[in-house]
Design a protein around this ligand. Structure first.
Ligand code: SF4
Length: 228
């Protein structure tokens, strides 16, 4: 989709529900296969509950600061406000700019699920930044990996024309988890288009660059509710 010319007016909503997954919220800038830069913005809460828009599951973007303060995790009942999106194609979360967050119930004080997936209080943005991400099969993101703190659905902007600063937008799935995770599959290589030429193919080479700071048998803390 080409860059939106017009904004959709944003409005404030109230929501309430239980967290069924919490993942990092990121923006990824792509330029053919010369560059893939991940920006770490905060967290996406995936909620089973109600908003004034629907009674189906929905997602809400919160800031790093809000997560640091609340240490939210799967199972928490929360309520708050948020805003509808201005640009549908640029933001995966259904609502963003969350506010007035209130914890209503915390059933799971201790997590005893053996990873993978890693189901625990997610680490800081700095940890995600330092670890770097690999492409993750979208099908795995939706299924086995959905509750893992290392799973990520990124808001991707593709630099399609530098001269006129035209971008294309889409969403892509990534994994920040251990390279040895038995669930991991990259999925198909991803085409990165640029005007007037064939698409370049991101076939995993950039994953190696993005995660070159860690090795295959890294140790990962999997304890209680401390942050990384
Ligand atoms: S592949 Fe990645 S996201 Fe999926 S369970 Fe393993 S570490 Fe988590």
């Amino acid at each position: 989709m080409i860059k939106h010319k017009f904004e959709i007016p944003s409005s404030k909503i109230n929501w309430e529900g239980r967290i069924i997954s919490i993942q990092p919220r990121t923006r990824v800038w792509r330029y053919v296969t010369d560059n893939r830069t991940h920006y770490h913005l905060g967290y996406n809460l995936f909620i089973e509950g109600e908003s004034c828009y629907s009674d189906e599951n929905f997602s809400v973007a919160i800031s790093d600061k809000q997560q640091s303060k609340g240490l939210f995790r799967i199972g928490d009942m929360l309520k708050g406000t948020a805003w509808t999106k201005k640009y549908e194609a640029r933001e995966f979360a259904d609502f963003y700019r969350a506010g007035s967050l209130r914890l209503l119930d915390r059933a799971n004080e201790i997590f005893e699920v053996k990873p993978p997936p890693w189901i625990m209080v997610p680490p800081s943005m700095q940890t995600y930044e330092e670890r770097g991400a690999r492409m993750l099969s979208k099908n795995l993101w939706k299924t086995k990996c959905f509750q893992c703190i290392w799973a990520n659905m990124a808001n991707v902007e593709i630099q399609w024309d530098f001269d006129r600063d035209i971008k294309k937008y889409r969403f892509e799935t990534f994994c920040y988890g251990p390279k040895s995770c038995k669930f991991y599959k990259m999925g198909r290589p991803r085409a990165v288009p640029y005007k007037n030429r064939d698409s370049a193919l991101d076939d995993g080479y950039l994953d190696e660059l993005c995660t070159e700071g860690r090795n295959d048998d890294e140790y990962l803390y999997c304890g209680d509710n401390d942050r990384f």
